[in-house]
Design a protein around this ligand. Structure first.
Ligand code: 13P
Length: 257
């Protein structure tokens, strides 16, 4: 089944509002409007940059979405420092990353938290981009597929098939993030295929075939084409290379082919 690729830029904690406006404008200027027929694109800047980035894209009438990097599952209340789904929806976010390995590793986010966040996003009509991925220790042990597929099962617990179909899964091996050490296309494909198999077991062949699975981890303009050529890799979640318009645009162009 032909899945429309998604190229999402995870800016992480980079770019002030001023810098975000400049980068979004540069990306918008280089983005050919008809590309959106073939590829979905999303920018995931820090919370404070979401509205400014969205404003630039709306003004330019570009079909480039914005997404957040995290969310809290409660609707409102005494949760100092947190941001709700409703707040993201009001800005016009289409996506939200959940369970990024930096959040799991640095901020103690658990599989249960990821599941609650995904459910809250779906209830608010935002598409979760659910991140999974193994450490180098797990890879060296030879238990990558078991580890990653257990993360997938936990993230989708209690989510029904219709809702699951709206989710995106991002496979991001921790050892490949920000290290310049990309998974080989074969390594990335093998895990993405195992993830799709798990989705098939949880739901159905049709739903698993329709869902997008992204690769993330040192993806750049030099390696995007070979990674995206793999049958179970339906796009990329890009960190460092999404911070420059030229490299991000080159990755989008690789997804058009
Ligand atoms: P890099 O592309 O910088 O390795 O980051 C990947 C990532 O973590 C995207 O979420």
């Amino acid at each position: 089944m032909a899945r429309k690729p998604l190229i999402a830029g995870n800016w992480k904690m980079n770019n002030t509002i001023g810098e975000a406006v400049v980068l979004t404008q540069e990306i918008s200027n280089r983005f050919e409007p008809d590309w959106s027929d073939t590829v979905d694109v999303a920018l995931c800047p820090p919370f404070v940059d979401l509205k400014p980035a969205k404003t630039v894209l709306e003004f330019d009438k570009q079909h480039i979405a914005v997404g957040a990097q995290d969310v809290y599952w409660e609707e409102k209340g005494a949760y100092t420092g947190e941001i709700s789904v409703g707040m993201l929806a009001e800005i016009g976010c289409a996506y939200c990353i959940v369970g990024h390995s930096e959040r799991r590793g640095l901020f103690g986010e658990t599989n249960e938290d990821v599941n609650k966040k995904a459910k809250a996003l779906l209830a608010g009509h935002l598409a979760p981009i659910i991140c999974v991925g193994e450490s180098l220790a797990v890879r060296d042990e030879g238990t990558t597929d078991e580890f990653v597929c257990a993360q997938v099962r936990a993230a989708f617990a209690g989510i029904d098939e219709n809702e699951a179909a709206k989710c995106v899964v991002a496979y991001e091996p921790i050892w490949a993030i920000g290290t310049g050490r990309t998974a080989t296309p074969e390594q990335a494909q093998a895990v993405c295929a195992a993830i799709r198999e798990t989705l098939k077991e949880l739901y159905s062949q049709d739903t698993a075939e329709a869902m997008r699975i992204l690769y993330g981890g040192s993806m750049n303009e030099g390696n995007a084409a070979i990674l995206l050529a793999e049958p179970d890799i339906d796009g990329g979640l890009i960190g460092g290379a999404s911070l420059k318009a030229t490299s991000f645009i080159a990755i989008i162009e690789a997804a058009l082919k």
